[in-house]
Design a protein around this ligand. Structure first.
Ligand code: MSP
Length: 650
């Protein structure tokens, strides 16, 4: 039997010192997407995350909260687990460093280092940054502050155990040089080599005596083991390191260890050296991603709701949040989180591109075929070939980028297929085909191809947005056919069977009003008189807010028919199309300015959310916009190049 391909991926274990913000969720969402992707593509995956619960920082935070450390961390860990559940983080194991299985192995590792002469006892006199739990030498400080976080460091003088880092420095340097994928992205490698390895590694202090919230050194219990030695070991203790037949044997070395760039030194210098001292292989890749920032700087808890991942996912759905995090920022670089860019992504990529593709396609399938897919014709249409080729090429591209951890690029590729499919609708104008009974076969082929393309998209979407494909399977009528959800089903076009009955469901992602969202989420305070700021402007200066303007739904409408209304000299009954699925009729006061046949084919700006009224007994469902000059002449507003009917005007 062929051996199963394995894949082990880890996130940093988080300090349960406070609730996590959306920046912390970023690594875990990315790791989950990669883990799901590897599962989907046939790997036996182990995905580990957890919490880093010991150390001076946690002990102090607990004291501040008036709680025992254990009680303090238990509450935050429960919250973190709830967050991961909400964000669909499908981990295989969650390790807490306060668990027995971890503590006893760390103690054994420490003893082994001591016994083999890697650890010796001495006295530490130097600087310590408690928020980073990091030791610094005088020359490393940045004007008396921590060079990583910029906060005040403390001078400590304690008896301590030291690890002989220098013993392994050359071996590590060689490993880094000969394994270009060990530290990624490559720029991070130079940072580590130039800033830490080249100047020469100092021995690392690996125990503390001035507090006790940690794992005691087994043979000297006045000392607790340095929290980073304790924490880094989680990646192997959670696998059952040292036990026969354990996951360690199956999964180590890790394929990818994802971390933020601020903790690179611990993972690319200390961690590999500890592993070398244990005689174990090093992880294949340590990937240091960038930070998610706010416009005003790095995130902090005081920024409130707008960055609380639970609030965001509750309001906008966890899939939308996952999509934004994965798509917006090229993995590895810093990026800005703003509510505005988040809402814009939802509106453009999710509501317009993906949501419309599904709703347009299924509306047409229902309208023209009662939802039933017909056998596609084998005709040689160029647009068919282009769509099919794009769909068949996309899986390999998405896989290639995901394997390189270029997750944003993977999603960009996937969206090329979404856009290609929307273009296919515009090219084939199914609503025109529907007018000619002789073209029924072609119409059915177009719809079949669109549905199959949506199936391709949903299969590939699963790792990144796990919930949306579920809804798509329902709408495509294939919820119970697991075979059609597999990666292998993308190797050939046409797996969805003619005869399948599709049915349009709720919109996947309703469009959001940006201004209203910003106001609600960022909590604009009412003005002193109790009136919101922008309505004060409305009243006092004759101005309206953008929000009010955006309540008018303006669309491009294609005029499909126009005729005179008997006994009404000024009025025409005009029929318009707002895309293939929406037709309207309006009564327009333009009969003195346009002949009916001059109008047909024009693309005009249309108010689509006016309440319907009857004029001269004729129903009017909207309004055509027109400019009127002082002399009374009138011109309809049109668009200055071809654009599909139904496009929004804003
Ligand atoms: N406990 C250590 C890690 C030990 S791993 C053996 C730790 N914890 S942390 O909670 O402070 O940070 C966890 C991760 O969150 C780090 O990778 C850090 O880079 C990441 N992030 C913290 N703020 C972030 C952003 N604003 N954006 C992206 N990642 C962020 O360090």
């Amino acid at each position: 039997m062929a051996e199963e391909k394995t894949f082990y991926i880890t996130t940093p274990i988080y300090y349960p010192s406070n609730k996590l913000h959306v920046g912390n969720s970023y690594t875990t969402v990315a790791a989950d997407a990669v883990a799901r992707f590897k599962r989907l593509t046939g790997y036996k995956v182990w995905f580990l995350t957890g919490t880093d619960e010991h150390g001076q920082k946690i002990q102090r935070q607990a004291e501040l909260a008036g709680k025992a450390p254990r009680e303090f961390v238990d509450e935050i860990v429960a919250w973190i687990k709830e967050l991961w559940q909400e964000l669909d983080i499908d981990y295989d194991d969650f390790i807490r460093t306060t668990e027995e299985r971890h503590k006893k192995k760390v103690a054994a590792i420490f003893t082994r280092f001591y016994e083999q002469g890697d650890i010796y006892k001495g006295k530490y006199e130097g600087w310590y940054c408690t928020p980073c739990e990091a030791y610094w030498t005088e020359r490393q400080l940045d004007e008396c502050n921590c060079p990583d976080c910029g906060r005040k460091v403390e001078l400590i003088a304690e008896e301590a155990y030291f690890f002989k880092m220098s013993k392994y420095a050359q071996q590590l340097q060689d490993h880094i040089e000969t394994n270009p994928d060990f530290i990624l992205p490559p720029s991070r490698k130079n940072e580590m080599v130039n800033n830490f390895l080249n100047p020469g590694l100092e021995d690392l202090c690996v125990s503390r005596t001035s507090f006790d919230w940690g794992i005691p050194v087994p043979f000297d219990p006045d000392h607790v083991i340095y929290v980073w030695l304790d924490a880094l070991s989680n990646y192997i203790t959670a696998l059952g390191y040292g036990e026969k037949g354990s996951n360690f044997e199956t999964f180590w070395p890790a394929d990818v260890q994802l971390i933020g760039k601020d903790i690179l030194r611990f993972h690319t210098i200390y961690w590999p050296i500890f592993l070398m001292a244990l005689g174990e292989p090093l992880p294949k890749t340590v990937f240091g991603h960038g930070w998610l920032m706010l416009q005003e700087g790095k995130m902090s808890k005081s920024k409130g709701n707008a960055i609380d991942p639970l609030v965001l996912s509750d309001r906008y759905s966890s899939d939308a949040l996952r999509y934004f995090l994965l798509r917006e920022i090229p993995f590895g670089q810093d990026g800005i989180f703003s509510l505005e860019s988040f809402i814009n992504r939802i509106n453009t990529d999710l509501a317009n591109d993906l949501g419309n593709l599904v709703s347009r396609t299924l509306t047409m399938a229902e309208r023209y075929f009662d939802g039933k897919l017909i056998e596609p014709q084998a005709d040689d249409d160029n647009t068919d070939q282009e769509l099919i080729n794009t769909a068949l090429d996309t899986p390999a591209l998405v896989e290639g980028f995901t394997d390189q951890l270029k997750i944003s690029d993977a999603l960009t590729e996937l969206w090329k297929l979404v856009k290609r499919s929307n273009k296919y609708i515009d090219e084939n104008t199914p609503w025109e085909l529907a007018k000619d009974p002789a073209k029924k076969g072609r119409l059915g082929t177009v719809i079949y191809n669109l549905v199959e393309s949506i199936r391709f998209i949903a299969v590939m979407l699963q790792p990144f947005m796990p919930r949306t494909p579920e809804s798509i399977w329902e709408q495509l009528g294939i919820a119970s056919n697991d075979q059609l959800k597999t990666w292998d089903s993308l190797s050939e076009w046409g797996a969805i069977q003619p005869g399948t009955v599709v049915s349009r469901g709720d919109d996947l992602f309703p469009r959001l009003n940006l201004q209203a969202e910003i106001r609600e989420m960022q909590g604009d305070q009412p003005a002193e008189n109790g009136v919101k700021d922008d309505s004060v402007q409305d009243d006092q200066e004759g101005l309206i807010s953008l929000d009010h303007f955006q309540q008018v739904d303006l669309r491009v409408a294609a005029i499909t028919n126009a005729e005179k209304i008997p006994k009404a000299d000024k009025l025409l009954k005009v029929e318009v199309s707002l895309g293939e699925s929406e037709k309207r009729q309006v009564v327009a006061g333009i009969a003195e300015h346009y002949q009916p046949d001059q109008l047909i084919g024009k693309h005009v700006i249309f108010v689509s959310n006016l309440k319907p009224v009857k004029l001269r007994g004729v129903l009017s469902q909207g309004m055509l916009l027109a400019a009127t000059a002082e002399d009374g002449s009138l011109a309809l507003t049109t668009v200055d190049r071809e654009i599909p009917a139904g496009s929004r005007v804003s």
